[in-house]
Write a protein that binds this ligand. Structure first.
Ligand SMILES: [Zn+2]
Length: 398
């Protein structure tokens, strides 16, 4: 891929680099034991910014079909995220007066972590989840879920079969779609003229401010602000009517939009190219601090393990070149990942019990967005004197 890549939102040629993290394997491609002696494909993680519309974007180096058709991320394994979803559904039921005659559609509904709360309130639901293995689990739980990618065509087809919805939700999916305008048209097809579309996505301004460069990976095709999200929605006939800042995933935006037919004036947020500069320097400082810390710990004879096997950990570990010699293993709550290996770095993933068995001196927390929850949950590690290490936004030992 050369310098002639076109912006997926406005079509301008992309010439400016936002940050270049080198080569990395797709971050959700966890490996089985029988795969670690085979070759692995690495793709560039070179993020560009459009001079014209300011969309920060990663060219589609990896096709969405390769990433999302057999996904291991189960939303329900995060307690705080499920509670966040429950509060949202209860608020929306009140705000939009949803009941047995309504419909809530969620794009990228995962295992039904959100729609289960609507089902409990007696509101009919439809989940659209491209990963067939996860859609099946949702259906087993009684949450009606279909498996395909949402776009203008599939959205219109679903609306023809199930009717349009009063509420269409898309949480942590707007950054994950390679054709953001087609996806937005799918949302428009699914929502009633007087309905509401609610999208939550990580906020680029927080990513820059809090140096969350490990949230850059091949599955995240764009890094959005209110301005760029509003531009994409506008091209699908949706207008932003409400915005909230959320603490989830390190700082997210919840953007509500309605069809132009019923919407008022959208909110404006201006961000300049200059506002994006300096990020690449911050990213290198994080790498230098973390690698130095781990090398010093190894030289001092200390043992280090990881907590969590999130996608963001794989960007960080691959970018920093950290392997088993510096981080012996990691543990994860999701049993689906036990016995597997992190892509690229081949660090083994164990059950949490391994921590108590091996008593590491340091535990590196990879999902920093759940930092408080994890430090609390692993409080027992203090008994053998373990300390927690959080690498982002700056290295901290606690
Ligand atoms: Zn553009």
């Amino acid at each position: 891929m050369g310098e002639s890549v076109a912006c997926r939102l406005c079509g301008e040629t992309l010439t400016r680099t936002f940050v270049d993290l080198g080569m990395s394997p797709p971050c959700e491609s966890y490996l089985r034991a029988d795969q670690i002696d085979s070759g692995e494909t690495f793709y560039p993680l070179h993020v560009r910014i459009c001079d014209n519309c300011l969309l920060v974007q990663l060219p589609a180096y990896v096709a969405a079909d390769d990433v999302f058709s057999d996904y291991l991320y189960f939303s329900s394994y995060s307690t705080s995220w499920v509670e966040h979803a429950r509060r949202f559904v209860v608020d929306m039921q009140e705000r939009l007066d949803l009941g047995a005659g309504s419909l809530i559609v969620e794009a990228a509904s995962n295992d039904g972590y959100l729609l289960q709360h609507a089902v409990a309130l007696g509101i009919p639901v439809l989940g659209i989840e491209p990963a067939a293995n996860i859609a099946e689990i949702a259906n087993q739980k009684g949450i009606r879920t279909e498996s395909y990618f949402l776009g203008e065509e599939t959205g219109a087809d679903a609306a023809a079969r199930h009717g349009q919805a009063g509420l269409v939700v898309g949480n942590n999916v707007f950054a994950h779609v390679p054709d953001i305008v087609d996806f937005a048209k799918g949302l428009r097809a699914l929502v009633k003229d007087d309905g509401l579309v609610s999208l939550e996505f990580p906020h680029l301004l927080r990513l820059i401010e809090r140096r969350q460069y490990d949230t850059i990976y091949h599955e995240h095709y764009q890094y959005l602000t209110l301005k760029t999200a509003a531009l994409a929605l506008e091209r699908a006939g949706l207008k932003v009517v409400d915005v909230q800042e959320l603490a989830s995933h390190g700082g997210s935006l919840r953007v509500m939009s309605t069809p132009v037919e019923t919407a008022g004036e959208p909110t404006e947020l201006v961000l300049t190219v200059e506002g994006h500069e300096g990020f690449a320097k911050d990213v290198f400082a994080i790498k230098a601090d973390l690698v130095t810390f781990l090398v010093q710990a190894a030289r001092a004879g200390k043992t280090v393990a990881g907590y969590g096997a999130p996608g963001k950990g794989n960007t960080l570990l691959n970018h920093c070149g950290i392997r088993e010699d510096l981080l012996a293993y990691t543990v994860d709550r999701s049993p689906h990942k036990h016995g597997m290996f992190l892509p690229g770095t081949h660090i083994p993933i164990n059950a949490e019990e391994r921590l108590a068995e091996t008593r590491p001196d340091y535990i590196v927390i990879l999902p920093w967005n759940l930092r408080e929850e994890i430090v609390h949950q692993l409080g027992y590690a203090r008994e053998w004197g373990a300390k927690f290490v959080v690498p982002i936004p700056r290295l901290e030992v606690i």
